[in-house]
Design a protein around this ligand. Structure first.
Ligand SMILES: N[C@@H](CCC(=O)N[C@@H](CS)C(=O)NCC(=O)O)C(=O)O
Length: 227
């Protein structure tokens, strides 16, 4: 007899999302909502080590949320995709949505997506660990990641210039990859005041509000909630 699935599938023709309502998880559920793709969401409780189950590792060998299984990959066969940036790019290419068609603009979008994946995500995450969660409040890493988070917020502030979104007035996967992490400085790490976000980065604050207020963002942020 086979082991019952932890996450039974009711709609095998839909995209299967394995996630949790963290900034990395939000990216994908918000993009799926914005693109209007049918999907079925499965909550992976990383506090209970669900990510190390073989059933999850079959979708993401790296044991981290988010991950998805598209029953209809580019060749019509099922495709598993992990790493939130790769998932966003995959979905954008699949639908032609949230990514510019023009090659120059597309490259800009991909550059800011990678800026998030290589900079904002890891650095904000390390900041949160040492500032909020580490039992011992160590001055050196707190100072190091505070400086780096504020530097990255400054890069975003400059990039936003006088336009609405990261690469101009078109909302793209680069915005969706980034704004949940900016929000997390407040709702996840309670560091909005400490980092002087409102005082020093007003364009980032306005852009974050513009992105979070979208109906798809509101719906996407509710997917795979913490128990
Ligand atoms: N680079 C990965 C990072 C994913 C990641 O760090 N996910 C966290 C939650 S936000 C996780 O699953 N942690 C569980 C663990 O480390 O065991 C991505 O963007 O998908």
């Amino acid at each position: 007899m086979s082991t019952p699935l932890k996450w039974p599938i009711d709609h095998p023709d839909w995209i299967q999302l394995y996630s949790l309502a963290t900034p990395n998880g939000h990216k994908v559920s918000i993009a799926l909502e914005e693109m209007g793709l049918p999907y079925e969401a499965h909550t992976v409780n990383i506090m209970q080590n669900d990510q190390f189950l073989d059933e999850f590792k079959a979708v993401n060998p790296n044991s981290k949320i988010p991950a998805l299984l598209d029953p209809k990959g580019p060749d019509g066969k099922p495709l598993a995709v992990f790493e939130s940036g790769a998932i966003l790019l995959y979905l954008a290419e699949k639908t032609g949505k949230l990514i510019p068609a023009d090659p120059r603009r597309r490259s800009e979008c991909v550059q800011w997506l990678f800026f998030q994946m290589g900079g904002v995500g890891p650095m904000f995450g390390q900041f949160g660990h040492f500032y909020r969660y580490a039992k011992e409040k160590l001055p050196y890493p707190i100072e190091r990641y505070t400086n780096e988070v504020r530097r990255l917020l400054g890069v975003l502030e400059t990039q936003l210039g006088d336009h609405h979104y990261l690469i101009g007035n078109e909302y793209t996967i680069a915005d969706i990859a980034t704004f949940p992490w900016v929000g997390c400085l407040d709702w996840g790490y309670s560091a909005r005041e400490y980092l002087k976000v409102d005082q020093d980065f007003p364009k980032v604050v306005a852009w974050h509000a513009r992105c979070t207020e979208k109906p798809a963002s509101v719906r996407g942020a509710k997917v795979c909630p913490f128990a």
